[in-house]
Ligand binder design. Structure first.
Ligand code: PLP
Length: 389
């Protein structure tokens, strides 16, 4: 049976060109970038080439790139780093602003910070997942240190008005961090156009290896590390650099940037055709997230009278990989905070699936997905005691 992967917001396969770029750094070029000999030099060269690739992909300078282990660590470093630096500034050390629909990498960091005395404001979103800018503006206080709002949501794909958020942050003299883990490679990400002070990216979402990520830190932004060791990454992220991972990340980001004119358009065509055909063939279904201000690869659907996990399992048997909400909420088994924040009823929340397309998905694959959805939703509704019929 041919398997069809449509869970690219959870993770992606490593691009063969990315893998080729990494391989020498596992074997003959295995040096430590802190060593003075020629092996070390090779590692240093690889590190600085990757740093330049990353910087060029987001319109940054090389010295503004901090390599991390992924999106989670980048989000932690941005928020905790700013607060740690400001801990002695009594006017600006208490308050953080974020949204109700952030990834757990941000929300759990915030709840940890609340547990040790910081205050957090969670700004709501509307029924399409767009942040309430008025509420955001009104939430800023004299002691607000940082605003952290994601660029695009990992469950429902809604894209936030980051330029407006950046303007509010700048006017109020507060740092602005955005999590661009889901948006990079799907929509333009340029740190100057967006006006952000910090921005997180994860390699494994863009056909790079797992365990590598970036925190962009605008020159002049003051941060402190939250782990300690040698002076790597300007002292902000100590520890021997993951050279193969970083090389792969640099290559994956350059490729994604190069393909920005092509891949997202392809995904958008597949997305819209999938949505149209599903709505044509099934009743009692709703699309979650903004109808147009959404990621080109995101289809988040709620089927009434259906249990999302049962649907996922039936599709899996047919070789189709999708998810119920995000990969993270599948682990925690909690109801999606994103879906409840957009005001979705429980019966729709439980019947929700996320299809996240990738650059190599084909129209034939979407045909198979539409047909399988029709069959599986039909079957589950027949079995369901609460079905409308
Ligand atoms: C929006 C967002 N932020 C952060 C992360 C965490 O990234 P990583 O898996 O690299 O830690 C994810 C992963 O799902 C994500 O979707």
């Amino acid at each position: 049976m041919k398997r069809i992967y449509m869970d690219h917001s959870a993770t992606t396969e490593v691009d063969p060109l990315v893998l080729d770029s990494m391989l020498p750094y596992f074997t003959e070029k295995f040096g430590n970038a802190s060593s003075l000999h020629s092996f070390g030099q090779e590692a240093i060269e690889a590190l600085s080439a990757a740093r330049q690739q990353v910087a060029d992909s987001i319109g940054a300078k090389a010295n503004e790139i901090i390599f991390t282990s992924g999106g989670t660590e980048s989000d932690n470093l941005a928020i905790r780093g700013v607060l740690a630096k400001k801990k002695n500034d009594t006017s600006r050390s208490q308050h953080i602003i974020t949204s109700m629909i952030e990834h757990p990498a941000v929300l759990s960091t915030c709840s940890f910070l609340e547990s040790i005395g910081y205050e957090v404001t969670y700004v709501p979103v509307d029924s399409e997942g767009v942040l309430d800018l008025d509420k955001l503006e009104r939430s800023v206080r004299d002691d607000t240190s940082i605003i952290s709002i994601m660029h695009a949501n990992n469950e429902i794909g809604t894209i936030q008005p980051v330029k407006d958020i950046a303007r509010i942050a700048r006017d109020k003299d507060v740092y602005f961090h955005t999590d661009a883990v889901q948006s990079f490679g799907k929509i333009p990400v340029d740190v100057n156009e967006m006006g952000v002070d910090m921005l997180s990216i994860s390699s494994h979402k863009i056909h790079g290896p797992k365990g590598a990520g970036v925190l962009y830190v605008r020159e002049g932004t003051e941060l402190e590390p939250f782990i300690f060791g040698g002076g790597h990454e300007q002292g902000l992220r100590p520890g021997t650099e993951n050279i193969p991972g970083i090389v792969g990340l640099g290559k994956a980001m350059s490729l994604a940037k190069e393909r920005l004119g092509h891949d997202p358009e392809h995904m958008l065509r597949l997305r819209d055709s999938l949505i149209d055909r599903i709505f044509d063939s099934l009743d009692d279904v709703r699309l979650n997230g903004h109808p147009t201000q959404r990621l080109p690869n995101n289809v988040n659907l709620s089927f009434r009278y259906v249990e999302g996990e049962s649907l996922l399992m039936l599709l899996d048997v047919k070789g189709i990989a999708i998810s119920t909400a995000s990969a993270c909420s599948s682990i925690s088994k909690k109801e999606s905070h994103v879906l409840s924040s957009i005001g979705l009823n429980a019966d729709y929340i439980h019947g929700t699936i996320r299809i996240s397309l990738g650059k190599d998905n084909t129209i034939e694959e979407t045909d198979h997905v539409v047909q399988s959805l029709q069959e599986s939703v039909g079957k589950l509704r027949e079995m369901s005691a609460i079905s409308k019929s």
